[in-house]
Design a protein around this ligand. Sequence first.
Ligand code: GLN
Length: 498
Amino acid sequence: MIRNSASEMASKLASGEVTSVALTQAHLDQISAVDKDVHAFLHVDTQGALAQAAAVDAKRKSGEKLSPLAGVPLALKDVMTQKGIPTTCGSKILEGWRPPYDSTVVTNLKKNDIIILGKTNMDEFAMGSSTENSAYGPTHNPWDLTRIPGGSGGGSAAALAAFEAPLAIGTDTGGSIRQPAAVTGTVGVKPTYGGVSRYGLVAFSSSLDQAGPCARTVLDAALLHEAIAGHDPKDSTSINAPVPAVVAAAKSGNVKGMKIGVVKELNGDGYQKGVRTRFEESLELLAAAGAEIVEVSAPNFEYALAAYYLIAPSECSSNLARFDAMRYGLRVGDNDGASAESVMNLTREVGFGREVKRRIILGTYALSSGYYDAYYGSAQKVRTLITQDFNKAFEKADVLVSPTCPTTAFKIGEKANDPLAMYLNDIATIPVNMAGIGGMSLPSGVAEEDGLPVGFQIMSPVMKDDRMYSVGAALEAALLSKWGAPLLSTIPALAGSK
Ligand code: GLN
């Protein structure tokens, strides 16, 4: 049962073949069996999840009309507030904090009767590409426990690949939904910026952060996307327009006559051989399904990484100033006579990890009056040029595509002391955030040289998220008929797993 897709689980719930309590319990059992090895979860809300499931079963019994995913369990990235449930953002500084309110994403999940199993591990404040920056220890990739599950949302992606949950929520500032999806053989979608509310998403870089669905199939991601998306007056950057029809697009999976643009700059040298082979093969399958493949160029993408590592740290240096030892979580050195400043300093020294400190220092420097124009100002100009590159490319193509990441999952520890090597993982995902457009990663097979999953990225224009779902569904169907079974059915079994 736990190996079904979320939509298969939803049909079984609707027909009465299974109850939500039984389905939720099966996932809690899987978490008990495998999470000591995987470490996808920071907090499991056993009682809360079972109580929510029992309530949904009762509603169904009484004949109430329920939403498509009612009763299906989900794992929530620990950067989203859920009332009364510990929320750490993978940081020591928030240890023990229980938010007094629900994020809008959680409100929407609850409205749709989706069962929240618990909170998933992540790089501290979503800064990282491997989940090794969590203050609570790394998450392990279910394909090979010695490897990283991607980051920052490695916990959410690993929970899907280990069959601990069929659905998960991620957030993506520079790739944190798509890169973990790619290296775990799962599906991850960053919606158009403003498509899903940021209210209650603990801010890293507010102009880039976006929550989105993580799942094992394109249709499941679409169902979750529609459940969490929509205008929210509590988020001033939320888009007041109808949610793109992503479920209809995922169901039709039609690419006939569509123009698919291959971004010249996001392929080639620096991309692992097996990643390139899988990418080329996916292009052939899309062409066979009736799409026209064209080449597009985006010359300014070369500067995207450099500009991102000025903009994101600048915004984080301002956003993280709220962790001042007075309002949330940890407080250190609060002895008689201690000044507020010394408590603040000691708390931040102990509470923040190395990467977070590095970025706060970088951002504070880039925003300082003498350097503002040279660094932050220039980065903002580059951001505009990247958006213009996308606009031009979308004149030639309906969607753009690339490999999601240059490599498959690397070993835990391999890049932990080399921040630049770590940053390079997001070379193909960052441009999407800079322009605020939509991006999806779906599995395109395994690399021949190491047998590890490879991700295929699809990018669609602002509020045309439905297009990436059409292409994703078409590719997923073509790959499925080639493989004969979903990619995750070939994952090595975890000890204790059913
Ligand atoms: N890996 C990138 C970073 O460290 C992106 C993180 C994210 O999307 N939250 O900033």
